[in-house]
Design a binder for this molecule. Sequence first.
Ligand code: PFF
Length: 457
Amino acid sequence: MKSERASFGSKFGIIMAAAGSAVGLGNIWRFPVETGNNGGAAFILIYILAIALLGVPLMVAEFFVGRHAHTNAAHAYRKLSSHPLWSNIGFIGAFGGSLILCYYVVVAGWVLKYMFLSIDGTLGALFTPGDASGYESLFGTFVSSTWSPLIYMAAFVLMCHFAITAGVRRGIEKLSKIFMPALFVILVVLVVLSLFAPGAQEGLSFLFHPDFSKLTTRSVLLAIAQAFFSLSLCMGCLCTYASYFGKDVNIIRSAANISIIDTMVAIMSGLIIFPAVFSAGIDPQSGPSLAFIALPGAFCEAFSGVPMLASLISILFYALLVLAALTSAISLYEVPTAYIHETWHIRRRYAAMLVTVVCLLLGTVCSLSMGLWGDVQLFGKNIFDLLDYFCTTIMMPLSGVFIALFVGWVVKRSVFIDDVTNEHALRPGPAKLIWWLLRWVAPVLLLAAFLGVLGVI
Ligand code: PFF
């Protein structure tokens, strides 16, 4: 079966699709949690440094490999080197990306459930001023139950399935072009509203006054891991998307724009969540449940005079969280789907079906590890946490080291510069700088981060 390879239709579509991959639960759910756990503003500063020194160069590297090779992520590196050490880098990413998908859909399922809980008024009815225990027990009972999270996860997986089978242009690109601007508008509205919450001042100072005494080596590693997760780096997504780019796309400018959009959304999510957290008297270090426990009550608190408005905002917020999760999950879905489709020469629809079945099975295991199988633990972590830790703290930096070394040392400099400058139609300065960062800075920092995680240094 030989067919014309798919491509994105417009530059705006490309930015929206790649930003759609980047902007997701990582920004709205994970970033505030990590910031809360690691001392607020000091963590954000390290995070922004990680984005600039590692994130943007690695995104450019992945875009370069994907567009140059014009094939799926697992095979792309082969087109640039036949040495087994380098030709298989793509597999690490594609494998890691597929694993992330399996627990990502579980959290996306929770978000979907919360959207319905806002619609049917359950969240609003649980509101007691200054007391979040109702939300706490609702969340705890829900995630540890057996069937309900599974049903919502399956519903979310099916949504991804249909988006993927609609194709690159009619599915991924079209959805991203609608969802991303909508997400942005709603975020702006929510930020403005949350700045009027009673705890806004405290929330803002938590976010913007750095306390370096709280910063440890571990928090630096976590900032790098969070930057990688948030930008969807090194997991095959961006490389696969870039294989659908045209030759006239300015790769560096796109990477910079996507990183700026992603970081802005993360900080805006902090601006929504922390004022709410402080006004509801919740510990900012309360962990992953922050967005599910603090927010519903905070919406009610802020608009207690107009309950209709509170529930409308809550519905919109969770709906948009679903959309953000959807555009990220479909980018993860696309990695194994494109691989199976192009390697086994089976129709895209069947490749997607296979991905769906595997994702449902592994997603079920992750979901059950929050309750029924919670006792199955390794290194003190359940399966869900273990997978998250393994993918984001080990696989991503490791894959990043290899990608940086590959583009910085193995690929000829002229091949990189020619491609990234669109055969010298663009100025060479930024491409040279990125190449230098990939050659000298990224491998050293990432290797140090990786060894730090393993406790070697
Ligand atoms: N970047 C996405 C987020 O912030 O939610 C998650 C993600 C997508 C991680 C794709 C990794 C990936 F390859």
